[in-house]
Design a protein around this ligand. Structure first.
Ligand SMILES: N[C@@H](CCC(=O)N[C@@H](CS)C(=O)NCC(=O)O)C(=O)O
Length: 203
């Protein structure tokens, strides 16, 4: 049985929920209350010493970090579509996981956290990084239908959540036609689920 420690409003957790759904993998979701500090308890830190969600538990195996979870699920439960074995394609996917973990996380996600959850930060600087991320994606998506080339991959699932929420970071997507076309393509994939927004906790 797969268990995902997560939170509805977290884009990082949503990456894992997307792939679990697309691979049609049954799983249990355990909400983690960040606002009350549940992620910093001894019990949770035994699962993830970084004190962050998402965490995936698969039997005796514990995997933390959204991108590590994507890679684990793709290698363990998928025949090779989401993380192709070809060296060049795999490196292309890895490039975009790096963008998701850097420009997107410390730009779009961080600006959203300031505006939506009252996190501290230099909003203008974070938005500037967010725009750099959007520009990077737009220019790639002008050249190829998916981030890593001709087919959908983990690259798309890793970048999509916080780009989809860019307006919550007060960044307009009006000038980004290719990104908007890419949203439609992702949202048409079998097993796509929208990001849930029920919980009131801090992401
Ligand atoms: N690099 C990590 C980042 C995870 C992350 O930032 N998680 C947030 C929720 S979206 C968290 O747990 N934050 C805990 C905190 O802010 O103290 C990943 O991709 O999983």
């Amino acid at each position: 049985m797969l268990t995902l420690y997560d939170l509805d409003v977290s884009g990082n957790c949503y990456k894992a929920r997307l792939l679990l759904s697309m691979l049609n993998l049954e799983h249990e979701r355990v909400p983690v209350n960040l606002a009350s500090g549940e992620h910093l308890t001894e019990k949770f830190l035994r699962l993830n010493p970084r004190g962050e969600i998402p965490v995936l538990v698969d039997g005796d195996t514990v995997v933390w970090d959204s991108h590590a979870i994507l890679v684990y699920l793709a290698r363990r439960y998928d025949a090779g579509h989401w993380l192709p074995a070809d060296p060049l394609l795999m490196s292309r996917v890895q490039q975009w996981l790096a963008v998701a973990g850097h420009e997107i996380q410390y730009g779009l996600a961080a600006a959203r956290a300031c505006l939506k959850f009252g996190r501290q930060g230099d909003l203008q600087e974070l938005q500037k990084r967010g725009v750099a991320a959007l520009d990077l994606l737009e220019s790639q998506l002008e050249r190829s239908p998916w981030l890593a080339g001709e087919q959908s991959s983990l690259a798309d699932l890793a970048c999509y959540p916080y780009v989809r929420c860019a307006e919550e970071a007060d960044l307009s997507l009006r000038g980004y036609a290719n990104i908007r076309r890419w949203f439609e393509a992702i949202e048409s994939l079998p097993g796509y689920v929208p990001m849930l927004e029920r919980a009131q906790n801090v992401a």
